[in-house]
Write a protein that binds this ligand. Structure first.
Ligand SMILES: [Zn+2]
Ligand SMILES: [Zn+2]
Length: 464
């Protein structure tokens, strides 16, 4: 059996593996590369396989760095099935269309520029219609059940505790006479994340492909993080302005809602007026409530008794542009959650424009801010920013809450790997910046005495 590590090899994004045996042609994930322009250029390169020959795509979760090239796969002739948990199928229905929308918009911008320069137009990576077409190949599966795909392949999805619907995938591959078990960790969640169940420990397998996003870092505990967040919100509200929270629509927004709800129920924060201003966040919240199989016990109880997402706090989702603009007329005590999480697109920019210059307001950052984003510049303390064509002074109080990561840290990754009863033949360290992945492989060798290897992009590996 042969496996090609197409993406997320010595880098974080572009997760995609191609497994080949005499009879089987399977992909695990089909993710887009994300980040700087030259990295995203790789999304336009042709796939290193024939899309029409792939029988199954096994998808770990809905994040675009794992799912974002699915519409391109379908466009290139894929006719197989895409297996994912039901929640992932629902989330992809929203996220792939949104991704297509961004590609269309980017192409439109680029073409305006090209037209002026007398150059021929470009096509988007895929269109909204092409993304919609690709959804027909999805098939929802349940957790914790072995599914026989034929051609010597069986798979099982287990909780990964990362985002709604996220899964660790176990794949048994039979080539000729012998069978090997491969484990793809997908993205592993931090323990005790709000809402969703923690990751499932796996105790046997021959080859493990583990993520290493935070393979060199230690997070603060969840309790400490929630306290820090409560403190920030409470201080902010006392100043008499609004509180702006930039957050990704899928995952982080629901986490924040959960935490605000908890703090309000416990009486630690009172009379909260929360606005979630993002149509996608509204859809993602609806999908979250539709999938009790993904939720942890505490959340399930709250949903059953009508205490989540609303009840003790006032909660309003806004969909239309008019409703969104109406929020801008509120001058004090509103908590506004909007996307994008790094402030470089979406409605959040309007809220920053209206509140960032007011010293009585605050902005609470709850997620990673990549280089060259508006969010990063604000976090780094610039005094003035340009938003929607206007110069805006940064007078609001800025908070950064670091502990809400959806990824396990170094110790949690080691803990998960340490659950194997018998050492796997080899551990492949994936989905991390090169230095982090190499460092984490070293940690695995030293602390767990396992054989660990960091593949390069497009590296072909024989698994015997
Ligand atoms: Zn992810
Ligand atoms: Zn990922």
């Amino acid at each position: 059996m042969k496996i090609t590590c197409i993406g997320a090899a010595r880098t974080v994004t572009g997760s995609c593996y191609h497994i080949q045996t005499k009879d089987a042609n399977i992909l695990v994930d089909c993710g887009a590369f994300q980040g700087a322009k030259d990295i995203e250029k790789r999304n336009e390169e042709p796939f290193p396989f024939h899309a029409s020959k792939i029988q199954y795509l096994v998808l770990t979760h809905a994040h675009i760095d794992h799912s974002g090239l699915i519409p391109k796969l379908a466009k290139d002739g894929f006719k197989g099935k895409i297996l994912a948990t039901s929640a992932t199928v629902d989330l992809c229905g929203v996220m792939l269309l949104d991704s297509a929308h961004i590609h269309e918009r980017d192409a439109e911008w680029e073409n305006k520029r090209r037209l002026r320069a007398g150059k021929p137009p470009v096509k988007p990576l895929y269109t909204v219609q092409e993304a919609a077409n690709s959804l027909a190949y999805f098939q929802g599966v349940v957790y914790n059940k072995i599914i026989d795909l034929g051609n010597g392949i069986r798979v099982r999805f287990q909780d990964a505790g990362h985002i709604l619907g996220s899964a660790i995938v176990e794949i048994w591959v039979k080539d000729d006479t012998h069978e090997k078990k491969l484990i793809f960790s997908g993205d592993l969640g931090q323990k005790n994340l709000p809402l969703i169940k923690d990751s499932t420990p796996i105790d046997e397998g021959d080859f493990v492909f583990i993520e290493s996003t935070y393979g060199n870092r230690k997070h603060k505990g969840m309790t400490e993080t929630i306290d820090e967040f409560a403190q920030a919100v409470s201080e902010s509200l006392k100043s008499g302005g609004n509180v702006i929270i930039p957050a990704f629509a899928v995952g982080r927004t629901q986490d924040i809602l959960y935490i605000l709800n908890k703090l309000s129920r416990e009486g630690k924060l009172n009379h909260l007026r929360v606005f979630v201003d993002s149509p996608m966040a509204m859809q993602a919240t609806r999908i979250t409530l539709k999938h009790p199989e993904c939720l942890d016990k505490e959340t399930l109880e709250l949903v059953k008794t009508g205490q989540f997402p609303g009840s003790t706090l006032t909660l309003k989702f806004t969909e239309s542009v008019e409703d969104s603009m109406a929020i801008n007329r509120i001058k004090s005590s509103a908590i506004i959650i909007s996307s994008s999480g790094m402030c470089d697109a979406g409605r959040i920019r309007h809220h920053l424009k209206h509140n960032l210059w007011r010293p009585e307001c605050s902005v609470i950052f709850v997620g990673y801010q990549a280089e060259d984003t508006l969010g990063r510049r604000i976090v780094e303390g610039v005094k003035e920013v340009r938003i929607l064509g206007a110069e805006i002074a940064v007078n609001a109080r800025i908070y950064t809450i670091g502990g809400l990561s959806a990824h396990a840290d170094r110790d949690e990754l080691l803990d998960w790997l340490g659950k194997f009863k018998k050492k796997p033949q080899r551990v492949f360290v994936m989905h991390g910046e090169e230095e982090t992945a190499l460092g984490f492989a070293e940690t695995i060798r030293n602390q767990l005495n396992m054989e660990a290897y960091v593949p390069r992009g497009m590296e072909e590996i024989q698994l015997l």
